[in-house]
Design a protein around this ligand. Structure first.
Ligand code: ADP
Ligand code: MG
Length: 398
């Protein structure tokens, strides 16, 4: 990586500002998946073991009204971090002010402090999300050096990443950003071949940029999930009541033409008459979808065809479930793809990008068998589209 990393600096005795991505899913007040906390541990450990003073911060959820504050406090995230890192985490429930400044100044070598959700600053004029320069300068003033390790936010230009970088002498990448770039960038720049991309999920419009870029790089692109129906329609098939983005039909046609040797779809699918967990399911050829049925999952022959291609791959990038995996009845396709990735040769690189795809792999208990589950949904997609990410651009060059 051409960017400076945490390995390139001496943190001893320094106040090290660390932007982590602790935007974890919370349901009924409970953290339901702490992968992002775990992925941040190597950077935090490196700082405290080398005598640095770690000052951590992150956003969590969206803050629009006063009512959003209590449910998006980072205090329980600080507790969870403390359990994982097995040492106290001093939590300051402010994003600025005297209490925070005093706590920062009292911090000893090897200690960890975390301050409150950076988006609490959005309540009063979106200061964090609009990269208010005064806010970036203020946070920068709290530390000696800045470590950006929030890959999940790297596609955003916020005060807590770019803003701080603009006002501090040196910004370096943490181990997580380094790992994400090495793995995702490695797949883009010199993939072991065959390189297979599996693209699914709900909307074509979310994935256009990725499809375009991967058409140039991947050997084959397996298209399925909700977005496949716009492609089937573009091929002239009847798609019943399946998801359709009618305004994307010309684009789907164009991509099918450019990618005619690379895009793999069908031949069958699982349908139902209603979008419901207990709906009766039917298996149909993609060329014969009844008008009153919708596509809910990839069919058995499609899965078999995809699996055969996946088995021989050396690099696989997967974004987007191939069916409505939230309904167990329609999760078989997505589960089979996850299993195919898990069973692939050990030397192959398997990369999961996308929040829902990652959730599916974790739900099936197969997370450990993947090479890498990206912590960035939007960020990994934009990276694979070939875009420059502001949160990475702002890191000091080597
Ligand atoms: P990711 O977060 O991995 O990028 P997306 O957000 O693009 O994935 O898409 C995930 C959603 O796509 C899931 O909620 C899933 O239910 C939905 N989906 C997949 N296949 C279908 C389908 N055939 N019909 C409707 N929704 C689908
Ligand atoms: Mg999603």
């Amino acid at each position: 990586m051409a960017k400076k990393t945490i390995r390139d600096i001496d943190v001893k005795g320094k106040k090290v500002l660390v932007r982590v991505d602790f935007n974890v899913p919370i349901q009924d007040g409970e953290i339901t998946d702490d992968n992002r906390i775990i992925q941040a541990l190597p950077t935090i450990r490196h700082i405290i073991e080398n005598g640095g003073r770690a000052i951590l911060f992150s956003h969590l959820g969206r803050i629009k009204t006063e009512a959003d504050l209590a449910k998006n406090s980072l205090d329980q995230v600080a507790k969870r971090l403390s359990e994982h890192i097995k040492q106290p985490v001093i939590f300051i429930s402010e994003t600025r002010g005297k209490a925070l400044e005093e706590a920062v100044n009292k911090l000893q070598d090897g200690q960890i402090l975390m301050f409150e959700n950076t988006r609490f600053e959005d309540l009063d004029g979106k200061k964090e999300s609009k990269n208010d320069p005064e806010l970036g300068a203020y946070w920068a003033s709290l530390g000696d050096v800045f470590v950006n390790d929030a890959f999940g936010t790297a596609h955003r230009e916020h005060a807590s990443n770019v803003g701080i970088a603009n006002h501090i002498k040196e910004t370096v990448a943490g181990f997580l950003i380094e790992k994400e770039i090495n793995i995702l960038g490695g797949a883009l720049e010199h993939p072991k071949r065959p390189f297979i991309a599996i693209l699914g999920g709900a909307k074509v419009s979310d994935k256009i940029g990725v499809i375009r870029n991967l058409l140039e790089i991947a050997d084959q692109i397996l298209v399925s999930g909700g977005m496949a129906y716009t492609f089937f329609k573009a091929k002239g098939y009847e798609i019943g009541t399946s998801l359709l983005e009618a305004d994307k039909l010309p684009l789907a046609q164009e991509l099918l033409t450019i990618g005619k040797d690379k895009i793999v779809m069908g031949p069958d699918l699982v349908t139902s008459k209603a979008f419901a967990p207990d709906a009766e399911k039917f298996i149909r050829p993609v060329t014969a979808i009844p008008v009153d049925e919708m596509g809910m999952d990839a069919g058995p022959e499609t899965i078999e065809k995809f699996t055969q291609i996946i088995i021989d791959a050396k690099t696989v990038f997967w974004n987007g479930p191939v069916g409505v995996f939230e309904f167990p009845k329609f999760a078989e396709g997505t589960r089979s793809i996850a299993e195919a990735l898990a069973n692939i040769k050990e030397s192959a690189t398997t990369i999961i990008g996308g929040g829902d795809s990652a959730a599916a792999v974790i739900q099936f208990g197969l997370a450990d068998q993947m090479t890498h589950i990206s912590t960035g949904g939007g960020a990994s997609l934009e990276y694979l589209e070939g875009k420059k990410l502001p949160g990475i651009e702002c890191i000091t060059e080597k």
